[in-house]
Design a protein around this ligand. Structure first.
Ligand SMILES: [Mn+2]
Length: 455
């Protein structure tokens, strides 16, 4: 089933040329002073149990600036008086370790294959860092990621009295570099968009396959396995976040990840799952009837959510505040629920964030930035005012309505009991129309009813 599905997909995008990383590094460093020192840290490998570790995922800033994905690494930028030098510290070549754990580029391989000036074994980080630190005044490092680097930097700052008195040098302040990098990551380059589009396409086909395989009696985890299996079959590194696969009342739990129930033909399944490709996330949600045909009640809710989603996508335009899609979606959802008699307030009252009834059935935001992180970096309200959308920004649009009949806090209308619908696409803001990266994924009622169960 996978080999047919993969046929319709475009070939994988090319890898990012070195010049792209160099341009990013230069754009970042141009904001700094020669007396600054930058340390990009990566998380340690995490133990799952005994001698088994979790699959390694390095820091997104490291991926963004050099594309280095291996564990035990650090990236340092220091200024030598005339120019910035990039220095990557990596696991050294080690034949015995490589026999067991896999090949390593080592320092020489790193210098040849990645956009850096120098590469050295991570075992020599400490002595190099001491030297770089003694010559800088502000250290740009995100603390809390590498305890080793944190303690070297902090002890260097604590030592400053002696060093500064004798030589007038040494770090005096700390700054988090991720703020500046986030500002860059918020606007995607053509290479990044190509990767994101690929992650989106693979994820779209994975959802379509799960629709085809849906039938009365299938288990949530079986649909999960089709989706995640295709992520891997399609050449991505797997899921970008744990898949949410919930049928019936589980569809009304926003972040349900147990995925163990048996699905009934008359229930709605909600699947929120996306692949990660070269570090970039896709984030798609679709909701469909397991048996392939919407009941009238399910259709009524689905149509409102789809209408809200389409109108919210249309609001993803250059110059609009980032939260305009959210406000548009809220209005459409509230109007729909008033029409169905589920809300008995005026539109204005229904939208009130304290006393409005909309929040009973729609309790989350309509989207978030998307990129190297599924909830990507970028301040939403710089200086307290909503950021205006620019070309190159990518955000999700994901309104939903959830009627959990199990909830003691609200009176769930019986007709809509345990219907949970969320529809989520990934949208690239352009100078023209919004570009829906996930448009390959079926979402109209006609398309879904034509596909579900057709395996
Ligand atoms: Mn999302």
């Amino acid at each position: 089933m996978f080999s047919d599905a993969v046929k319709g997909l475009p070939t994988e995008p090319k890898s990012v040329p070195k010049s792209v990383y160099l341009e990013r590094q230069q754009r970042f460093l141009s904001q700094l002073k020669p007396s600054d020192l930058v340390i990009i840290t990566t998380p340690s490998e995490a133990v799952r149990s005994n001698d088994v570790t979790y699959p390694y995922r390095t820091s997104s800033d490291m991926l963004y600036l050099v594309g280095w994905a291996d564990p035990e690494s650090a990236l340092i930028f220091h200024h030598d008086g005339s120019q910035w030098i990039s220095h990557l510290f990596v696991q050294p070549k080690d034949t015995l370790k490589e026999i067991w754990e896999g090949r390593r580029p080592g320092a020489e391989g790193a210098k040849l294959g990645w956009s850096i000036d120098e590469a050295t074994s991570i075992h020599e980080l400490e002595e190099h860092l001491d030297m770089f630190l003694s010559e800088c005044s502000t250290v740009h490092v995100r603390t809390g990621i590498s305890s080793v680097i944190d303690s070297i930097v902090l002890s260097s700052i604590e030592r400053r009295d002696r060093n500064r008195q004798h030589f007038g040098s040494g770090p005096v302040s700390l700054e988090d570099p991720s703020r500046r990098i986030a500002e860059m990551r918020l606007r995607k380059s053509p290479e990044e968009i190509e990767f994101m589009r690929h992650a989106a396409e693979i994820s779209s086909v994975a959802h379509e396959l799960a629709m085809r395989a849906s039938k009365d009696g299938i288990f949530e985890y079986q649909l999960q396995s089709i989706i995640e299996g295709f992520f891997v079959y399609g050449g991505t590194s797997g899921w970008a976040y744990p898949s949410i696969v919930g049928c019936g009342e589980n569809a009304t739990i926003l972040h349900y990840t147990v995925n163990e129930s048996k699905c009934k033909g008359d229930e709605i399944i909600l699947i929120d799952a996306g692949a990660e490709y070269k570090g970039y996330a896709a984030d798609i949600t679709r909701s469909w009837p397991i048996g392939g045909t919407f009941t009238d009640a399910q259709k009524e809710i689905y149509e409102i959510v789809l209408d809200a989603q389409e109108q919210a996508i249309a609001a993803c335009r250059v110059g609009n505040p980032y939260n305009q899609p959210h406000e548009v979606a809220r209005s459409v959802l509230a109007e729909g629920l008033i029409r169905l008699g589920i809300i008995n307030q005026s539109l204005e009252d229904a939208l009130d964030t304290q006393t409005g009834q909309l929040k009973n059935w729609y309790m989350h935001n309509t989207g978030h930035w998307l990129g190297l992180d599924v909830h990507d970096v970028g301040v939403y309200k710089p200086d307290g005012t909503p950021r205006l959308l620019e070309a190159g920004m990518v955000l999700t649009v994901e309104p939903g309505l959830y009627f959990g009949a199990w909830r003691p806090d609200v009176d769930c209308p019986e007709r809509y009991a345990n219907i949970g619908i969320r529809i989520e696409d990934d949208v690239l803001v352009t100078d023209d129309e919004p570009d829906v990266l996930t448009k390959r994924c079926p979402k109209t009622i006609a398309d879904i009813e034509g596909i579900v169960g057709s395996l």
